[in-house]
Design a protein. Structure first.
Length: 371
């Protein structure tokens, strides 16, 4: 087409091609480890010489390690490659309304150290929570003994594409907080941010056994949902998809910090469930939920019934405090949704996935591997 209406891309330079091929090699090793150089060349379509050169670079960078040669087979013994468990690591942080967490995962996504401690931020300025997270992160990194390549922080609110926490309904003093910038200065490492519910959904996708389409409900003081469609996180054009906690389930109900009334998190969030059960804390709630189960199940029927119908998603994963309430709540929610066609598969989040904290850390190493 003439007239300059179509921009003609510049040809890829040698370094761009090499970066692409390096990510190709690293990604295949991550998928198939332990694997020989010859097998990497066969799978990627790169020449053996190119693969050997890239592998040598990746070993020198601490990304790969070469194991002892496999003996007993015909021909020259191969030395399998795998991700370097002592190489660059990812740091995950989580700042909630009443806690902070920190975790380090190695290149394989394995958790090396993880801690979560109480820290009340509800009426505190951001520096209190950010400082608590940074101190815990320093302790966790020291305990892991691995070089940290970067960090990701899970936040309980609307996080824009630049990582700024635009609004956190349960943290009224945190509007428009650039958490990555502040944490980067405190930790001396690059930091990005993401919504906690989105990361919790990614933990199920990456480390659990879920279909390609599901909704993960993350419940604490606030309630959010991570939406996965076609095996990819759906955040919406503005990054705000999944605000399940602000779906109205009780018209004319208690006022919500979002400006509405009768929202799910006001009726069936942690504070409401504690009141319904007459419990002082989560442990007491889990031990004796009483009427809290019916409150949660009835409210979730309305919110989740709308969500699965709108999105045509038939799997729901209950996380956070809902997961702590276990099989009794799962059965109650499933019973509430039993009349829907097609049926809805209600599951409890797998604790082995590590939730938002592990996914935050894993997102760092996954970015390293993908280049």
């Amino acid at each position: 087409m003439s007239g300059g209406l179509v921009a003609v891309p510049a040809p890829a330079g040698q370094q761009t091609v090499r970066r692409h091929n390096r990510a190709l090699v690293l990604g295949y090793v991550a998928e198939a480890e332990p694997v020989s150089r010859a097998r990497v060349a066969e799978h990627t379509g790169l020449t053996r010489g190119t693969v050997s050169s890239l592998v040598d670079d990746l070993i020198a960078a601490g990304m790969l390690t070469e194991l002892s040669a496999v003996r007993g087979a015909t021909g020259r013994p191969a030395s399998p490659l795998q991700l370097n468990r002592s190489g660059p690591a990812g740091l995950g942080l989580e700042i909630g309304v009443e806690h902070v967490g920190a975790s380090v995962v190695d290149l394989s996504g394995t958790v090396r150290v993880s801690r979560r401690v109480a820290s009340d931020h509800r009426d505190q300025p951001p520096d209190v929570g950010l400082g608590a997270a940074a101190r815990l992160a320093a302790d966790v990194v020291a305990g892991a003994g691995l070089p940290v390549a970067g960090a990701c922080v899970a936040l309980p609110g609307l996080v824009d594409a630049a990582g700024v926490l635009r609004r956190a309904p349960n943290l009224p003093r945190w509007d428009d907080v650039d958490a990555p910038e502040r944490l980067s200065a405190l930790l001396a490492t690059p930091v990005r941010a993401a919504n906690e519910a989105d990361l919790a959904a990614l933990a199920e996708l990456w480390f659990g056994d879920v279909p390609a389409d599901f909704v993960h409900v993350s419940a604490d003081v606030g309630i959010g949902a991570g939406i996965v469609l076609g095996g990819a996180l759906f955040r919406g054009p503005g990054g705000c998809a999944g605000e399940l906690g602000h779906v109205v389930v009780e018209p004319g109900g208690p006022a919500c910090s979002c400006g509405g009334a009768g929202c799910l998190e006001r009726v069936a969030g942690l504070d409401a469930l504690l009141r319904a059960a007459g419990a002082s804390d989560v442990e007491a709630l889990v031990a004796h939920p009483g009427p809290a189960l019916a409150v949660a199940a009835g409210s979730l029927r309305i919110a989740l019934g709308a969500a699965v119908s709108l999105l045509d998603v038939r799997t729901v994963v209950l996380g956070g405090v809902y997961a702590r309430l276990g099989e009794d709540l799962r059965e109650a929610v499933a019973a509430e949704l039993a009349t829907m066609t097609p049926p809805v598969d209600v599951r409890i989040a797998d604790p082995a996935t590590g939730g938002a904290l592990r996914a935050a850390a894993a997102s760092v190493v996954r970015a390293l591997i993908s280049g």
